[in-house]
Design a protein around this ligand. Structure first.
Ligand code: CP
Length: 334
C-alpha cells in the first residue's frame, strides 16, 4: 500500500513515471481504468480545482468520488493523540480513517496549515494521522507541508511549454497578499522542480525563508537530477534570464511569533514584489508565467501578467486532472 502525501513518497523516479504517464494519457485517453473504484475525498478546507479535478478523474475513468466536507454534514475530526475530546471535535481520525477505508478504495485529504508555524507544518499532524490509521492508500489534496499534485501539474506545464525541464532556469518568487498564506505550494513547486532537474531560483523578502527540512530535501533532488537551487532576497537578480516565473505568496517563517498587526505591516511593506509586466520584462523574452490559483488580482499578481499570452495558469490548472489520473494509477501498482 502506497501513500502519496509528499514528493518524498515519489522521489525523482516516481515524479518522472507519473509525468510520463500523464503526458501519454493526455494524448490518448486510457478509458475506464478506475471502473468500480471509489475515492473518498475528505475536505477540511475549501477547493475549486482540487475537488473538481479529482471528481472528474474518477467519473471519467469509470469510478466515483464521495466528497466529505468536515464540519459541514460530517463530524469535526480530532487528530491529536490522547486528546480529551470535550470541545467541538466529535470524532477522532483514529476511528474515522479506518471506517472510511471499509467503504472506499483510496482516500484523498485536504487539510491546510493549522497556524502553528513551520514546526507544526513540518509534522503535518492531520494528514499523517490519516496515513497512520487508514487501511487504504492516502493521497494528499494539499496539507500543511505540501501540495504534491500541484507541484506535478506545475512541472508538467513547464515540460509542455519548453519540451524539457533539465537545467531550465525558473524563478519561484514570493508575492504580496492581504494575509499570510501556507507554504505547501511553494514547498511542492521547489521539490517538484528540483526533482525534475530545473535550475530553480527562489526569491523572497528577508524573513520568509522556506523550512530547512524542505530546502534540504530539494537540494538532495537537485543533486540527483543535475538541477540546482539558489536563494536570494533580490527579485530582479532571480528573474534575470528566467524562462518561467512562478509567483506565490506565503507567510513569514516565524509567523507564530508575530501579532496579526505585525504580519499585516510586514506584508504591506513588500507590495512592490507583485509581478507586473515590468517584472516579467526582466526574465527571458516571452517567459512563461505560472501560479497555482486562486489568485488575488492586482494584490498578488497584476492583471497585465495574468491576461498576457505568456500566462499558463489555466493550462496549469487543467493539468491537475492529467497528473492526478496518472498518480492514482501509479499508487495502485506501487
Ligand atoms: N490550486 C488549488 O489547489 O486550487 P483549489 O484550492 O481551488 O483546489
Amino acid at each position: 500500500m502506497k501513500h502519496v502525501t509528499r514528493i518524498l513518497d515519489l522521489g525523482p523516479e516516481g515524479v518522472e513515471a507519473v509525468l510520463a504517464q500523464a503526458a501519454a494519457w493526455k494524448q490518448q485517453d486510457p478509458g475506464a481504468i478506475f471502473a468500480g473504484k471509489l475515492l473518498g475525498m475528505v475536505f477540511f478546507n475549501p477547493s475549486l480545482r482540487t475537488r473538481t479535478s479529482f471528481e472528474a478523474v474518477m467519473l471519467r475513468a469509470g469510478g466515483h468520488a464521495i466528497v466529505l466536507d468536515v464540519g459541514s454534514g460530517v463530524w469535526k475530526l480530532e487528530d491529536r493523540p490522547g486528546a480529551v475530546m470535550n470541545a467541538d471535535r466529535a470524532e477522532h481520525i483514529k476511528e474515522a480513517a479506518p471506517v472510511l477505508s471499509r467503504f472506499v478504495n483510496m482516500l484523498g485529504v485536504r487539510t491546510f496549515s493549522q497556524g502553528g508555524g513551520d514546526a507544526e507544518d513540518e509534522v503535518d499532524p492531520v494528514i499523517n494521522a490519516f496515513r497512520k490509521w487508514a487501511t487504504v492508500p492516502v493521497v494528499s489534496m494539499e496539507s500543511a507541508r505540501e501540495h504534491p499534485c500541484q507541484g506535478l501539474a506545475d512541472v508538467l506545464t513547464l515540460r509542455e511549454t519548453f519540451g524539457t525541464t533539465r537545467k531550465l532556469p525558473v524563478t519561484l518568487t514570493w508575492a504580496p497578499h492581504i494575509k499570510p498564506l501556507p507554504k505547501a505550494v511553494p514547498n511542492s513547486f521547489l521539490l517538484s522542480a528540483a526533482a525534475a532537474g530545473c535550475e530553480v531560483r527562489v526569491a523572497h523578502p528577508p524573513g520568509f525563508e522556506l523550512h530547512p527540512a524542505v530546502r534540504a530535501e530539494a537540494e538532495a533532488y537537485a543533486k540527483a537530477t543535475g538541477g540546482s537551487i539558489t536563494y536570494t532576497h533580490d527579485q530582479e537578480e532571480a528573474l534575470a534570464g528566467s524562462r518561467a516565473v512562478y509567483a506565490k505568496s506565503w507567510g513569514p517563517s516565524a509567523e507564530s511569533a508575530f501579532t496579526p498587526a505585525d504580519v499585516a505591516t510586514l506584508l504591506a511593506s513588500y507590495s512592490g514584489w507583485m509581478p507586473t509586466r515590468r517584472h516579467m520584462a526582466q526574465a527571458a523574452k516571452d517567459a512563461a508565467f505560472l501560479h497555482c490559483l486562486p489568485v488575488r488580482r492586482n494584490v498578488e499578481v497584476s492583471d497585465e501578467v495574468l491576461d498576457h499570452p505568456s500566462s499558463r495558469v489555466v493550462d496549469e490548472a487543467g493539468n491537475r486532472y492529467h497528473v492526478q489520473r496518472a498518480l492514482l494509477n501509479w499508487m495502485r501498482f506501487a
